[in-house]
Design a protein. Structure first.
Length: 362
């Protein structure tokens, strides 16, 4: 009986799984598109699809586009359909226009990327979040050869810890705790990159001999107590991220922006209060939304909660007489994971995004 129930459940779920991966064209999807400088594959797919993260399906089985990363500005893309009626993009042949003095250059030297990797590269190479136990056990700056705080290149830093000779290290300043606004749990601690350098002497912590780090790249003042960690200089950036819709049971909020401002938009790097321990994966795409302003009923008619009298606000603890809907206005993709947090890139937005905005499966 149990086996029958399981099989019946699977038979109901399979169509939903297939439907989730089904390409859905936008109503206003164009028949052709000329690739522009600065476009990404996400941008181009978003012109045609309601689910841009399914862009590999749009470029599939296409003899003219064997490698989507070899699409260049100036290329013409045409929307066609295969034998099963599924949409796909093929490369067209744009017309050349010549003048006596000007030659039209169709192709930029740089192929189109999935995402602007130059934006997220620093966050991949340099860590941004640590738990308190990790910070307490990291090597740290004792002082410098000059005897004062360093704010220029060319200093020798003395480090309490055993470092690897010739290894590049990043120097981080301890930041504030990251607190989940929903649970008030401490998710980790921010760190700020202040400089980079290479090890000249390994050090011997057992005999109280500090390691020596030559500081060859400084971004801000280095202070005693700043921690050091190896730089992942040889870490390869992915040619593209395998994108997928985030799990439907995941729901969280934006808790930090890399720029430090409260409102931000496309291509901003943000942090959410969901991480690897909650099942978030690299390439997960989340939608961004916000609960619409609350409304309360008064003798003068409905008014926004924020405009209601103090008495109405005190009497209505729910802040609204109605369960106002959550409207979606943007999407983001996770590119770096921590235990309880993740960093994501805003892919698109139709309005300014704010801290505490809701993120969930699209």
């Amino acid at each position: 009986m149990l086996k029958k129930i399981i099989l019946t459940t699977i038979s109901f779920l399979l169509p939903l799984v297939v439907l989730a991966d089904q390409l859905t064209l936008k109503e206003n999807a164009p028949k052709t598109y000329i690739v522009k400088k600065g476009d990404t594959l996400w941008d181009i797919s978003g012109i045609f699809l309601n689910q841009p993260w399914l862009w590999p399906k749009l470029w599939r089985l296409n003899p003219e586009i064997n490698n989507p990363h070899l699409i260049y500005p100036g290329d013409e893309l045409r929307l066609v359909f295969d034998e099963q009626g599924q949409p796909m993009l093929v490369k067209g042949k744009p017309e050349l226009k010549w003048t006596p003095k000007v030659r039209t250059q169709l192709k930029d030297l740089n192929p189109v990327e999935t995402l602007p990797l130059n934006i997220i590269e620093p966050y991949i190479q340099y860590a941004s979040v640590f738990d308190k136990a990790s910070l307490d056990n990291m090597p740290y700056v004792l002082g410098s050869d000059e005897g004062y705080k360093s704010s220029v290149d060319g200093f020798y830093l003395y480090i309490k810890g055993n470092l690897t000779l010739g290894q590049s290290y990043a120097v981080y300043q301890k930041g504030d705790a990251i607190i989940d606004p929903q649970s008030q749990e401490v998710l980790g601690h921010h760190t700020v990159l202040v400089g980079t350098g290479k090890t000249l002497r390994e050090g011997d912590i057992d005999n109280n001999i500090p390691a020596t780090l030559y500081l060859d790249g400084i971004k801000r003042e280095v202070r005693s107590g700043d921690v050091v960690l190896p730089v992942h200089q040889d870490q390869q950036l992915p040619s593209y991220y395998t994108m997928q819709s985030a799990s439907s049971d995941l729901s969280g909020a934006i808790i930090h922006s890399a720029s430090g401002v409260r409102e931000f938009g496309k291509l901003e790097v943000v942090m959410i209060n969901l991480g690897e321990s909650q099942g978030v994966k690299l390439g997960d795409v989340f939608s961004i939304g916000r609960v619409s302003p609350g409304v309360v009923e008064t003798k003068q008619g409905p008014v926004y909660t924020q405009d209601a009298s103090r008495w109405h606000r005190m009497a209505n603890k729910a802040q609204s007489d109605y369960n106002m809907p959550t409207e979606t206005f943007g999407q983001m993709m996770v590119f770096k994971l921590y235990d309880k947090t993740a960093m994501a890139l805003i892919l698109n937005s139709t309005k300014p995004i704010r801290l505490s905005d809701i993120v969930k499966a699209p």
